[in-house]
Design a protein around this ligand. Sequence first.
Ligand SMILES: [Fe+2]
Length: 206
Amino acid sequence: MSQPRECASRLSSCVRLLVTLVDDRQPGYTRHATAVARLSRMVGMRVGLDELELEHLRLASLLHDAGSLRLPFPHVGSRWDLPAEERRVWETHPRQGARMAGMLGLPPDVAATILGHHERWDGSGYPDALSEAATPLSARILGVCDVYDSARSGFMDAREVRLSEDEALEHLLCDEVSRFDQTVVGALRDALVDDREIGVLTGMYA
Ligand SMILES: [Fe+2]
């Protein structure tokens, strides 16, 4: 095996290992991260990202919650009910994940995408409360796709409520002061319409 291919193969094994380790703490994470990676690619293509940007977005999608591995408490599956102090710790996971991406030698935009995946358009997100385009486009795509898949699949919802496609899009579209980049949400909506013929998501929300 040539050296660059050997490195790529090792990196890919490291990413798979981290995804598996997160899944041990957050059952269903492997499915969720795979779905987010597929959705992010569909949206990224629609907004004009090139192949390299799409590959970096794929890696960030797979690793977006890897930072949770560095948190001191194991019960992240019930994170919506966390006491204030544990929530504060939980909200460090994007920064921890970005650091881990750096340790793996991944490109800086992978780390920046992970860092920004919980920032929101109206500045209500974390860890830095950035608003609008202060967060990279790739992170805004990842954030929208993360929320969409979580809503559709019930991932991380203690009651495992699963919304329909229309309900999940409504959730992303209808905030009074939008928490999400509406250009990205529109691209997701269009990509989902296209996917009825292409079938990238077939079986994902059966
Ligand atoms: Fe996250």
